[in-house]
Design a protein around this ligand. Structure first.
Ligand SMILES: C[S@@+](CC[C@H](N)C(=O)[O-])C[C@H]1O[C@@H](n2cnc3c(N)ncnc32)[C@H](O)[C@@H]1O
Length: 278
């Protein structure tokens, strides 16, 4: 049985699924609308326990999933939403043992998803221009994942260049990814994958132009993801009224032999044409 430990970040969850984050510390007291509970009553309790506050309100004490954690952790910069984190890991094909480059580190949300996916045999290199953001990210990452020996965070401006070579994957979440594309073209290994995440289409256009210009990228694709949650209560079975309608556009490209014509690929056109398919 895994129990909640001192120093750990946990979430208390009410019946409406509202989550309240706290870091367990012996002697501290958690307060919610005038009700309290001592952290000592939570430390050592099993993950998922029902606990009772001073005036009888009952909450679940849970170790948060990574998605829940990133939405509540302290932020320097805006994080990538969990709906996009999952897609990035799958579409950029982040695999155990991969050498992955990331910029900027921001609050560390993507870094954590990448660390989990590459496992102990892989390595994440992450550049962040701002020292304070890098510090916040390192704290967020260590508090959730513990010390990571396979993470190198550098306080560096990625527009000036990338030190690492033979990278398997390169992921950018910053305002001007097109300025990184020339560096990406030499830092990635052949067959490696480029991905950038930006909120607006003019940024996508400049990025795709830059990818075409360096002439070593192919299979360029851009898409966004929409996640619509549903209300399922008795006969009220319908989409929820609110949703995150926009987060960012994802652009992917594959580094290949120079000379193979680059250009856009429609997702529809790229559906597999498997000649062996029955
Ligand atoms: C939107 S945030 C990244 C959030 C991060 N992906 C996450 O999920 O927590 C963008 C970050 O890029 C950093 N940044 C902007 N320009 C940069 C550059 N030229 N080199 C390195 N980092 C840069 C910013 O300081 C900021 O922290």
């Amino acid at each position: 049985m895994t129990v909640l430990q001192e120093g750990e970040r946990i979430h208390l969850v009410d019946r409406k699924n509202r989550q309240y984050a706290l870091t367990l510390k012996a002697g501290d007291v958690f307060q919610l609308s005038g009700e309290t509970i001592a952290h000592d009553l939570l430390i050592g309790k099993p993950d998922g326990m029902l606990v009772t506050l001073s005036r009888g309100r009952r909450l679940l004490a849970l170790r948060p999933t990574l998605s829940e954690y990133v939405l509540k952790m302290p932020r320097g910069a805006q994080v990538i939403y969990p709906k996009d984190l999952g897609v990035i890991v799958q579409w950029a094909d982040i695999y155990p043992g991969a050498r992955v480059f990331e910029a900027g580190t921001g609050s560390g949300a993507l870094t954590m998803a990448l660390l989990r996916a590459v496992g102990d045999r892989g390595h994440i290199f992450s550049y962040e221009a701002r020292e304070d953001f890098a510090q916040t990210a390192m704290k967020n990452i260590e508090r959730y994942l513990g010390p990571s020996r396979n993470l190198t965070v550098r306080q560096k401006d990625v527009y000036e260049g990338i030190e690492e070579r033979e990278l398997d994957r390169l992921i950018l979440d910053l305002p001007e990814p097109w300025r990184v594309v020339p560096h990406a073209s030499t830092a990635l290994r052949s067959g490696g994958i480029y991905l950038s995440y930006v909120p607006t289409i003019p940024q996508v256009m400049q990025t795709v132009e830059a990818l075409n210009r360096v002439a070593v990228f192919s299979m360029i694709q851009t898409f966004e993801t929409l996640l619509r949650t549903w209300n399922i209560e008795g006969r009220s079975v319908r989409p929820d009224h609110r949703m995150v309608a926009h987060s960012g556009f994802l652009t992917f490209a594959r580094k290949v032999d120079a000379g193979f014509a680059s250009g856009g690929t429609d997702l529809e056109d790229s559906a597999p044409h498997d000649e062996d398919e029955p």
